[in-house]
Design a protein. Sequence first.
Length: 133
Amino acid sequence: LTVALEVGLVAACALFIRSMGTQFRVEPSPPEGRALRIRLKGSLFFGAVTQIDRAVQAVEAGPECPEVTLDAQQLMYLDVTGIDALRQLHQVVLLRGGSLAMAHLQEQPADMLARTGFGDELATHHGSDEVSV
């Protein structure tokens, strides 16, 4: 009985993580000149970071020197692994000579950006305060 409970708990955790990971969405809009807007919806955590590849592909296929804005109005949760994925996206944008901004942040993601220093990194490379709540 104890083993069955442990297996059931592990299986429930794995299914929950998988479900939450598939609910995260990256929705790039068509570029307007150099401007590229990408909407983030859901929770960006270790189970969903592979979804950021869609944003990387949109930046790589987009214009040179892109001005990328991540619309985080519907980004509900962000963890350290999600920050690492956003840092990788930021590096791709910088390699293409562009800038990355985050707009409409909810309280938890904004706090995570501040605590990890990623908000300061964005501001340093852009020359202004890029993170808006």
